[in-house]
Design a protein around this ligand. Structure first.
Ligand code: GLP
Length: 242
């Protein structure tokens, strides 16, 4: 694991966006694994700027998002599809048909998970972007998740619902289940980039980097992947021993 620590969030996201921009220019047909949550928003903003100023093109890029809530109607403003369109896809020259997010609104969710796995089998992800939950979940793989799973339907931990209630009117509206790439699918990416900012992620980051590999800390399995980079600001890195 390579760990990069920045004085400010601004420096972090400028540097990371630069690396993405170079990777896309080097491989215009790159397969990008993308993440939601508030953490990567500044990255998407920097990439939009880069697209406008430096003409980095996404015409041949394919994207694969980690996860989606189950039960929100299509077009719901908190669905990850709406989020990704609004925050990123609508501002770059990507073909929306090349943007993939598992659906949480189809009837047959088992079939949807199967479809997503087949898609991932055909399209190995070059760079998988990850945020991290306060309980060290990745995608929506909560503590206790198996390390070898493919796309699955999961129950959300109360801690995760608590963390995400800020996006909804009240707790009753926060979905209780989601569809997510499994940890096994995430680990198939050639390279994994995990980003965490703020004090609230410090403990999850310490356990991820310095703790034992355990299903209690889903992100700790990243220690076993050969190409992982972790980007942190001061707050998220504050409990690391070195
Ligand atoms: C959700 C997403 C995760 C994300 C996490 C942290 O649970 N499924 O992919 O990493 O939230 O979100 P935030 O970046 O807003 O703290």
């Amino acid at each position: 694991m390579k760990v990069f620590i920045y004085d400010t969030k601004e420096d972090l996201f400028k540097d990371l966006a630069n690396k993405y921009s170079k990777a896309i220019k080097n491989n215009p047909k790159i397969n990008l694994g993308l993440a939601t949550g508030s953490t990567p928003v500044p990255l998407y903003e920097e990439l939009i700027k880069d697209h406008k100023e430096n003409k980095t093109s996404y015409k041949d890029v394919k994207t694969f998002n980690l996860d989606e809530y189950i039960g929100l109607p299509e077009g719901h403003e908190q669905s990850y599809r709406t989020f990704m369109n609004n925050i990123f896809f609508n501002h770059i020259d990507i073909n929306l048909e090349n943007t993939n997010i598992p659906s949480g609104s189809v009837k047959d969710l088992a079939m949807e998970a199967f479809r997503y796995d087949k898609l991932l089998e055909k399209n190995q992800i070059d760079i998988q972007l990850l945020g991290i939950g306060t309980n060290a979940h990745i995608g929506f793989n909560e503590p206790g998740s198996k390390f070898d799973s493919n796309t699955i339907i999961v129950e959300l931990a109360q801690e995760t619902r608590d963390a995400n209630v800020r996006f909804f009117d009240n707790m009753d509206e926060v979905p209780t289940t989601a569809i997510t790439m499994g940890i096994g699918s995430i680990l198939k990416a050639k390279k994994i980039i995990l980003v965490a900012t703020g004090d609230s992620k410090a403990e999850a980051i310490k356990n991820t980097i310095e703790g034992p590999i355990t299903t209690d800390v889903p992100a700790s399995i990243l220690q076993a992947h050969e190409n992982v980079e972790i980007y942190l600001d001061k707050g998220a890195s504050k409990l690391l021993s070195k």
